[in-house]
Write a protein that binds this ligand. Structure first.
Ligand SMILES: [Zn+2]
Length: 324
């Protein structure tokens, strides 16, 4: 009998429920190749012991984990990276060039995240963020490739959700580890029509145009499956990509029509929630409204914050900030 928070996918890829938030919310992946392994996305600091248990279950010594690879530095993806690097003696952190400085010295990352969640909210949600020693960091620019024994991983710069995001193409499984760039697709929303996907417009770097270009690039690899962090493996990739494009467009348009409203964030939240519930009903989802609201609450809040930040920037002429 397997561990109840692991699902074996194809080609020695294991989907791990990190246990962050609720069950089925934040995934990470273990990729095994012969005796070696890589971990893609990490959950938060508190999730680290679970990874060690999983390695033990699969008979992989901590010294045989070569890479820890957060898709981007949002803390549900990268918060546990420093602690894992501390516990896995030979592992190196593989990170986007824009993300690397924030995991080597997380001060600004913690400050920025505290703006979104508040100081207390930060501690409660993310616990600690352990810095990663610079000499254990591999920076992965666009098209960088890495080998894990026989397996080749290709890193694809993926702005749209965040500018410090890459996706990872795994030719062996014809799949892409997509982090948040292929949207959110909770398994609770699966119906006879398949998976349901929507955009995650988390602050502060949502960029719809960049995202459309990124999606075209990801699809050019002709992936058969996407491994998303929220949550698991989805197939029917071209069809879901269309759904995601619609969602990005709908959310951006929603924010644009509300640009002059005083209580813009609240209005975005209300409209987004009803739009998503309507979409789920059309998709054939029969879960009670209250359940849907509970499953969507956190993302609707974050998405509304992200759109609010985006619209402020969008409304300003000739924005030239080059930070991040
Ligand atoms: Zn994210």
């Amino acid at each position: 009998m397997g561990l109840d928070y692991c699902t074996e996918l194809v080609e020695n890829i294991v989907c791990i429920d990190t246990g962050y938030g609720r069950k089925g919310m934040v995934a990470a992946y273990l990729v095994r190749e012969r005796e070696r392994a890589a971990i893609i996305d990490t959950g938060t600091y508190d999730c680290a012991p679970r990874f060690l248990e999983i390695l033990d279950y699969y008979g992989i010594a901590p010294a045989n984990v070569d890479y820890v690879i957060p898709t981007h530095v949002h803390l549900d993806h990268a918060g546990g990276a420093g602690e894992l690097i501390r516990q896995l003696p030979n592992a190196r952190l593989v990170v986007h060039p824009r993300g690397a400085p924030h995991l080597i010295d997380p001060t600004r990352l913690i400050a920025g995240t505290s703006v979104v969640y508040g100081d207390d909210g930060f501690r409660e949600r993310f616990g600690e963020v352990v810095p990663v020693p610079a000499d254990r960091v591999i920076i992965a620019p666009d098209t960088f490739t890495l080998t894990l024994e026989e397996r080749t991983l290709v890193f694809i710069d993926s702005p749209g959700h965040a500018r410090h995001h890459f996706c990872i193409y795994d030719a062996k499984s014809e799949g892409i580890f997509a982090g948040d760039t292929f949207g959110i697709s909770f398994r609770e929303f699966d119906t006879d029509s398949g998976a349901f996907v929507f955009a995650t417009t988390t602050p502060p770097q949502f960029d719809p145009d960049a995202w459309f270009t990124t999606l075209d690039r990801l699809l050019s690899y002709k992936p058969r499956r996407m491994y998303v962090t929220h949550f698991g493996c989805v197939e029917n990739v071209p069809q879901l990509a269309d759904q995601l494009r619609d969602s990005i467009r709908t959310f951006a348009d929603m924010a644009l029509t509300l640009v002059n409203m005083d209580d813009r964030k609240r209005q975005i939240e209300e409209r987004m929630l009803s739009d998503l519930i309507r979409g789920l009903r059309d998709h054939g989802c029969t879960l009670p409204c209250q359940t849907l609201e509970a499953l969507l609450a956190m993302d609707v809040d974050l998405n509304a914050q992200g759109l609010d930040v985006w619209i402020k920037r969008h409304a300003k002429p000739a924005h030239t900030s080059r930070s991040e």
